[in-house]
Design a protein around this ligand. Sequence first.
Ligand SMILES: [Zn+2]
Length: 114
Amino acid sequence: MKKVIIYASDSCGYCHQAKKFLMDHHISFQEKKVDFDKQAQMEMMQMGAKGVPVIKVNDEIIFGFDLQRLEQLFGKQVISCPHCGNKMNIPKNRGTLKITCPHCSQMFQINSNT
Ligand SMILES: [Zn+2]
């Protein structure tokens, strides 16, 4: 499980979009509101951020609402089972995955890198 912290402001549209993305992908995150939180403002400055949102994922820092990067980190893709055609979601960019089809129990490998 990745540790996700978002530095955000209530008046920032991209912050809302970033939070919506995380919620849509069922990613739990901690929010630091820089409007009121001096400590959070300091942390942001130390990271070299010039504005919100800043999304910290483990040790990686994403400046702004970088949808492409977020998709890379958290996105899902839909594949179908080669045996029965059952559709399922798998994570992206995790290398070769061993999948067991929940429908027919067929096991197969798939390259999740896109
Ligand atoms: Zn199947």
